[in-house]
Write a protein that binds this ligand. Structure first.
Ligand SMILES: [Ca+2]
Ligand SMILES: [Ca+2]
Length: 228
């Protein structure tokens, strides 16, 4: 009887392993860091990134079902447009001028941001991902920079000074448009504000990336990412 139970248990374990083998064998936590000697960004095995990042800045910002709101003491100061679907935000100095901006990852129809240039007659009406940067002042959102349709959608992003030069980088997980808003990360990339837009500093090999986190270890900031 005992032998039979053991066999059944072994069978269940084998089935579980077969079902989750991809996770068992391939999933790993990695960290993106700056190597100051080789002057390159480096993606390596995670050692100590189990805790989620602590970020108290976000307490007055609500992102739910694609709607983004800025609130103060329960009052809504600003909310995103009905025809946007917001999938990510950051309140941080992404332009490196000492003042924080509100950065948003927005899905919307139409190739341009809030304003279409007057010389453009046709506006692409397919839903695409955009990156918008605003300055929030006196209950208004002043546009600082707005992308047209991004070539590859951002599934996730964080703003962090990775290479300790006191200037923030924009770290993105980039996907493809084939799965729409259900973004599946294919590349990890590092961008930097150049005064008039973002320049690409680094991009990973193609893979499956997700779950971006920021953590500080020994005074150094790292970006954690799950790689399949
Ligand atoms: Ca700024
Ligand atoms: Ca930096």
């Amino acid at each position: 009887m005992k032998g039979k139970l053991l066999l059944i248990l072994l069978f269940i374990l084998l089935v579980l392993f077969w079902v989750f083998k991809k996770e068992f064998l391939l999933s790993s936590k990695m960290v993106l860091t700056w190597n100051s000697q080789t002057k390159t960004f480096l993606l390596s095995k995670d050692k100590n990134l189990s805790k989620p990042p602590k970020n108290n800045d976000f307490k007055d910002y609500i992102l739910k079902n694609g709607e983004f709101k800025i609130t103060q003491s329960g009052n809504i100061l600003w909310e995103s447009s009905d025809d946007w679907y917001v999938t990510g935000f950051s309140f941080s100095d992404v332009t490196n001028d000492g003042l924080p901006e509100v950065s948003l990852s927005v899905w919307k129809k139409g190739n341009f941001g809030v304003d279409k240039p007057f010389w453009v007659k046709e506006n692409d009406q397919s839903e695409r991902n955009h990156f918008f940067v605003f300055q929030f002042e006196d209950k208004t959102m002043k546009p600082i920079w707005q992308s047209s349709n991004l070539e590859a959608p951002n599934c996730e992003f964080v703003v962090v000074d990775l290479d300790n030069d006191n200037k923030n980088e924009l770290v993105t997980v980039e996907g493809e448009y084939t799965s729409g808003r259900i973004c599946q990360g294919k590349y990890l990339a590092v961008w930097k504000w150049n005064g008039w837009g973002f320049s690409n500093e680094w991009r990973s090999e193609k893979g499956n990336f997700g779950n971006l986190t920021v953590k500080e270890i020994d005074g150094r900031r790292l970006v954690g990412v799950t790689v399949h």
